[in-house]
Write a new protein. Structure first.
Length: 249
């Protein structure tokens, strides 16, 4: 099971270090995390990355970048190379988040190039997909399947990845999407992965106002959560880890 936590641009460097130190202590006392049954992945801002890693140096915590560029080197002012992220010790690269698409204008074609860049540099894509508007499950599955196919269009072989199902209409809201909706869409995404990419072992995690209680409600319908602001409170984060440990025990 995968539990990812993104700080987006909410936490400054001191707060990031503080959170990571508390999370490291929590991870170290969780048998499920220590055994690897639950993998904890933190996505800090890039300026705080090395400080966050140092705070978790003795804990079973993996790190991911919130973005990367499609090229490794060149005249790309302000871009972040996947090669440098890998050298820093990142394991994952978040790609295709709805905010990157909406605010920064990232298209399916750009997302596909970034997926290739992550794989080329040994980073595991943490690929975000999700429908824009609330609607019937079959429409959500079709949208996500098409978005997924576009994101993987430039890959020439199956690869390790995590799919973060984040319905855009649920991001930043007071409540997550319903458990029945998430379960059916997650099943549809996995079926599409088998059909289009021949992959049967890709974890699908849920994100979109996920909070304490969400994972218990979803149960085995998903392979974990992608958490945002609700996990910035360390007590809430520990409660969610307790839920994950209970599910894998």
């Amino acid at each position: 099971m995968h539990i990812g936590v993104s700080f987006k641009m909410y936490l400054d460097r001191p707060r990031t270090r503080e959170w990571c130190a508390a999370a490291a202590a929590t991870a170290n006392r969780h048998p499920a995390v220590r055994s690897g049954a639950v993998e904890l992945i933190v996505f800090p801002t890039l300026p705080a990355m090395e400080a966050a890693m140092a705070a978790c140096a003795d804990a079973p915590v993996a790190f991911g970048a919130q973005d990367l560029f499609w090229a490794d080197r060149g005249a790309y002012t302000g871009a972040v190379s996947g090669a440098d992220l890998a050298d820093m010790g990142c394991v994952y690269a978040e790609i295709g988040h709805a905010e990157r698409r909406r605010i920064f204008g990232e298209s399916d074609a750009i997302v596909a190039k970034k997926v290739v860049a992550a794989v080329r540099n040994g980073l595991t894509p943490w690929l975000c997909i999700g429908e824009s508007e609330s609607g019937p499950v079959d429409e959500a599955i079709d949208f996500c399947s098409n978005q997924l196919a576009a994101a993987l269009a430039e890959l020439d072989r199956p690869t390790s990845m995590v799919i973060a199902y984040e319905p855009v209409w649920a991001i930043g809201q007071s409540d997550a999407a319903s458990a029945s909706h998430v379960a059916e869409v997650a099943r549809g995404i996995k079926a599409g992965l088998v059909e289009r990419a021949g992959q049967t072992d890709v974890p699908v995690v849920y994100g979109g106002s996920a909070a304490p209680g969400t994972l218990t409600e979803l149960g085995t319908a998903v392979d974990g959560l992608f958490l945002g602001r609700f996990a910035h409170d360390t007590a809430a984060f520990e409660a969610i880890l307790d839920e994950a440990a209970e599910l894998v025990s």
